[in-house]
Ligand binder design. Structure first.
Ligand code: BG6
Length: 487
């Protein structure tokens, strides 16, 4: 296996889905704390906690104490980080991806000084990681906006967020750069397009702009804020490496009809546009055309062109879960870039949540990114969510997870062999946590099982799944031994 000796094997989490303790240590509420749970049956009827409208928010605020908000609980990293980090170390992690909760440090987002308890908490976590030889990879914002900023400014729609975010990220660099070398600015920056509340902490119905313009205005503010942060880190902590993070959607033409090929190319360019801005430092002409064709009028931040040029990232990081076929057939045409995945690829199998399983797509993607940007790549999320539970003997047997990850690791090895510079691999939800898309515990990704359900019942005790031992051996052999693990 061609993995370099310093390859960063590990796992990924986010504060909103994992940390819990939403009201401890003076933490402010975050916009994620208002994404509510709906049962699978309710979701099948079209109810979705992510589609927050002004009316729905009013309702949530009025009945806050009666509603199930799983993100507020996460799976309690806040109180159990020592135990969890010891388990990560036992697996041999070289790297642990986590995010800092903006509202734990700046409860309303507008304070000029951070909350001391929050500052201390993250120092404790980083110290614990280093004591176990684990390098932190820290996402500055993984779907999080202090809720007060959602209410006061409609989140990222306002340019005010640039100033407040930069105050927060400058603090992070100044305070933690000695402990954290690897940073990501925004998690899955492209998700703002299909989930504006999740990605931008804003309610499009509150805006005077049309939906598309509101989203791209907010995205513009995030690009500027990210570039200013990268430039600050480069100047004040040159040992740090700052990456972007986007949800990669590898698309394929449904057939060799040139129309399908063009459609796939256009969709791919929409997905890569975020990297174009963050890695090349400029909006591509195609996107300007898109704005022109869709009457998107952006209030450009003064001087943004130079800001973007000066704040390009050091590496590309991305989540990769599935690929999607694209067609130009007007009857079936859809926009996979917006993560509508109705078209099925007949060559692939699908998970129980309808996500295609396509390791080859990861190898293709790594090659595409490397050829287009020429900077190192980091797979900061990948994995399979499964509804699973311990057997009668208390053991979670998860061979499906081993085979999913094995195939993707082989694909990464293939890409490295192709010449792609891959820094590391942090499978998503290395310990069970609350799902992002469906806000449930039932969809589990972990090597470590957490005894908790959708309603927050359970002991929250941790136990090792079979894949825990499998991944331990993968890391110990630096990816050479991927065979199934059996007790
Ligand atoms: C990515 C996010 O979209 O995928 C994570 O960055 C998320 O926050 C992960 O949890 C898996 O998605 P889901 O919906 O299965 O939790």
């Amino acid at each position: 296996m061609p993995f370099p000796q310093n390859f960063l094997w590990g796992g990924a989490t986010s504060a909103a889905q994992y940390e819990g303790a939403f009201d401890a240590g003076g933490r402010g509420k975050s916009h994620m704390d208002y994404i509510r749970y709906f049962t699978p049956a309710e979701r099948a009827q079209g109810k979705n906690g992510h589609n927050v409208t002004p009316e729905m928010l009013e309702e949530l605020l009025a009945h806050e104490d009666e509603i199930n908000f799983p993100y507020r609980r996460g799976t309690d990293f806040y109180h159990r980080y020592r135990e969890d980090i010891a388990l990560f170390a036992e697996m041999g992690f070289k790297c642990f991806r986590m995010s800092i909760s903006w509202s734990r440090l700046f409860p309303t987002g507008e304070e000029t000084e951070p909350a001391a308890d929050g500052v201390r908490f993250y120092h404790d976590v980083f110290r614990e990681l280093h004591a176990h030889g684990i390098e932190p990879l820290v996402t500055m914002v993984h779907y999080e906006v202090p809720f007060a900023l959602t209410q006061k400014y409609n989140g990222w729609e306002s340019p005010k967020l640039i100033e407040l975010f930069c105050r927060y990220t400058k603090f992070l660099i100044d305070e933690y750069a000695d402990e954290v070398t690897y940073w990501l600015t925004f998690n899955e920056i492209n998700m703002i397009w299909n989930r504006p509340y999740l990605g931008g902490g804003m309610l499009v119905d509150r805006s005077e702009r049309d939906r598309l313009t509101c989203i791209h205005q907010a995205l513009h503010h995030q690009f500027v804020a990210s570039a200013l942060t990268v430039a600050y880190a480069h100047e004040h902590a040159p040992q740090c490496k700052v990456g972007n993070m986007f949800a990669r959607l590898q698309t394929y033409p449904m057939t060799c009809n040139p129309g399908d090929v063009l459609e796939s190319l256009e969709n791919d360019n929409l997905n890569l546009f975020y990297c174009d801005v963050m890695a090349k430092g400029a909006y591509p002409q195609r996107m300007r055309n898109y704005y022109r064709d869709h009457a998107v009028e952006i209030d450009w931040v003064p001087g943004y062109e130079e800001i973007l040029r000066k704040g390009t990232v050091d590496f590309i990081s991305f989540s990769y879960y599935f690929s999607a076929p694209v067609t130009c057939d007007p009857e079936k045409r859809e926009r996979p870039e917006l993560f509508t995945k109705k078209l099925r690829n007949p060559y692939l199998e699908y998970s129980e949540w309808g996500w295609s399983i396509d390791p080859t797509g990861l190898r293709v993607t790594l090659n595409v990114l490397w050829d287009r940007y020429g900077i190192p790549c980091f797979i900061s999320e990948n994995g399979i969510g499964v509804d699973e539970a311990p057997d009668a003997d208390g053991r979670v047997r998860d061979p499906y997870r081993m085979s999913y990850l094995r195939a993707h690791i082989e694909a990464i090895a293939g890409a490295i062999d192709d010449g792609v510079d891959v820094m590391g691999y942090t499978p998503w939800g290395c310990i069970d946590l609350v799902s992002c898309g469906t806000v449930e515990m039932r969809k589990r990704y972990g090597f470590i099982y957490v005894d908790a359900d959708d309603e927050g019942r359970g002991t929250y005790d941790r136990s090792r799944k079979d894949s825990f031992y499998w991944y331990q051996r993968v890391i110990a052999t630096n990816g050479a031994d991927l065979s199934d693990w059996e007790k």
